[in-house]
Ligand binder design. Structure first.
Ligand code: HEM
Length: 474
């Protein structure tokens, strides 16, 4: 029997040298047997692959398919067979801990070995974490280039803020609790976040600094740090959208990702003449994924600011230069895009379009359902219409799902809109005809100056909408 001290190498058949093995690995043959997909493998699944012709084994958390390696193993087939179908870490290390198995078996990776109870994170990590409440279910997976964490918060519209504090320490706030993960190795920034808001699923993908598979993701703990309420942001670019509205693109100075759901807002704070002034703004990301300034990454923030003659903060923001800083709060608000409804009617005036832009974008890109959106957009004159080109382009490419109507209060020689103010006639003209059954499929959002909001709310109630079927952005 072989031990770590007895040399017991076998003569390999011709064509089975290490060089031949490397050649086979580079031939394009699938040595994993699972199509190269990384799987989460439980111990009982691993145990099923215990035959010479179907041989898996795990070393330090990674599962390998060693079926094709059998005849290349310098210790012989019979020796290697002793480890198959099991977590062979101990056996492997006892015999030849120095062998660079990660390199030799790099084309044979099936996935990672998981605890049967892997979805229950606190159980999995009980020994070395401070996570006391059983309220975080999570999973993780990796490829050579990235590691991905999936959190199942079970709360619709979970609050999500993520910070990469150091290259191997990332902090995340989920529903008010801050947790910190000390990663096995360093990652880069920005991260890529995907959220399925309805079911509260949050996926965070981090790009590894150095390619390679990690045996563990690291360790997780609940942090007792005081949460940051404001983050510093630096202006990257600004440009005029209309005569009095500016588009501002900021970048967080730290590695921060703050998820702002459609229709929700952040507070922008700045020191104006020695006084701290703050106002709510609705970010317009992600609707403008790309601009003439390039792709907008996830750690940037885009806002539209109307320059009011007496607006302390708006004037300050519109006069900012590249490199100037402001502060931005955590996301606020409680708007939830109705997932039970199919038809959204949006009534907007002026910069009241900002929450509507992200609602439209999300409605048109929802992976879950097909929404129909009607936007009635009121402005003084055509040149005041914010992002008309964008809206026209979106409604042209989604003609069956997005209808945009412009209502202009100043008489103009303009053909594709209505003249006047929003009133009963306009509402009657553009609101669909529905009965009590079909009305259930509709929801209305209103956003504009206070007078506009009040009037629209009255008209919407007159049309028979209940409080939970319309939302007024304040
Ligand atoms: C887990 C079950 C395994 C057993 C029981 C086993 C056993 C052995 C034995 C008895 C030898 C000859 C003795 C020696 O060189 O010290 C050997 C050599 C070797 N084995 Fe394994 N082995 C196992 C897994 C693996 C795996 C998974 C790899 C590949 C990544 C591997 C790669 C090698 C290499 C490269 C040598 C030659 C080492 C040298 O020349 O120093 N073995 N093995």
């Amino acid at each position: 029997m072989a031990t770590g001290t007895t040399r017991n190498k076998v003569a390999l058949a011709p064509g089975h040298s290490l060089m031949d093995w490397i050649r086979l690995g580079n031939s394009g043959n699938d040595l994993t047997g699972v199509g190269g997909k990384l799987l989460s493998v439980s111990k009982s699944e691993l145990a099923k692959h215990n035959k010479r012709t179907d041989a898996w084994l795990a070393i330090r958390g990674t599962v390998y398919n060693v079926t094709r390696y059998m005849d290349f193993h310098p210790g012989g087939v019979d020796e290697l067979v002793r480890g198959i179908g099991t977590d062979a870490t101990k056996l492997f290390s006892e015999i030849h801990a120095w062998v660079n198995y990660e390199s030799i078996l790099q084309k044979c990776v099936v996935g990672r070995l998981v605890n049967e109870e892997r979805f229950k994170l606190p159980n999995l990590l009980k020994a070395d974490t401070e996570v006391s409440e059983n309220d975080l279910n999570m999973d993780w997976f990796q490829q050579l280039g990235f590691i991905c964490f999936v959190f199942y918060t079970k709360t619709p519209y979970p609050e999500v803020s993520i910070t990469l504090k150091r290259p191997n320490e990332f902090c995340f706030v989920l529903n008010g609790k801050t947790r910190s993960i000390n990663l096995h190795k360093a990652v880069t920034w920005p991260c890529v976040v995907k959220i399925v808001a309805d079911i509260g699923k949050v996926q965070v993908k981090l790009i590894k600094k150095v390619l390679g598979l990690w045996p563990i993701f690291g360790t997780i703990s609940l942090t007792k740090h005081i949460q940051i309420d404001y983050w510093k942001c630096e202006l990257l670019v600004s440009y005029d959208v209309t005569d009095n509205v500016k588009y501002l693109l900021f970048k967080y100075e730290q590695n921060v990702y703050n998820h702002v759901y459609p229709g929700r807002h952040i507070y922008v704070k700045a020191n104006v003449n020695g006084h701290n002034v703050s106002r709510p703004y609705t970010p317009v990301w992600p609707i403008v994924e790309t601009t003439e300034y390039g792709r907008i990454s996830e750690d940037t923030l885009c806002v539209l600011v109307k320059n009011y003659p007496n607006g302390k903060l708006s004037q300050h923001l519109c006069s900012l230069r590249q490199g100037d800083s402001i502060e931005v709060s955590r996301p606020q608000g409680n708007f939830e895009c109705w997932t039970s409804k199919t038809n959204l009617i949006l009534l907007a005036a002026g910069t009241g379009i900002t929450p509507m832009l992200s609602i439209i974008w999300n409605a048109l890109h929802s992976p879950i359902k097909k929404y129909n959106v009607t936007l009635l957009f009121c402005n003084k004159k055509e040149s005041y219409i914010i992002w008309k080109n964008y809206l026209d382009k979106k409604s042209a490419t989604n003609s069956s799902r997005l209808t945009v109507r412009y209502i202009l209060s100043e008489k103009e020689n303009y053909e594709s809109g209505d003249e006047g103010h929003v009133d009963e006639n306009i509402i009657n003209k553009y609101f669909p005809v529905f009965n009590d059954n079909t009305k259930n499929e509709y929801a209305v959002c209103i956003c504009g100056p206070p007078g506009f909001n009040k009037l629209c709310e009255k008209l919407v109630i007159q049309r028979g909408f209940n409080k939970d079927e319309y939302f007024v952005f304040g």
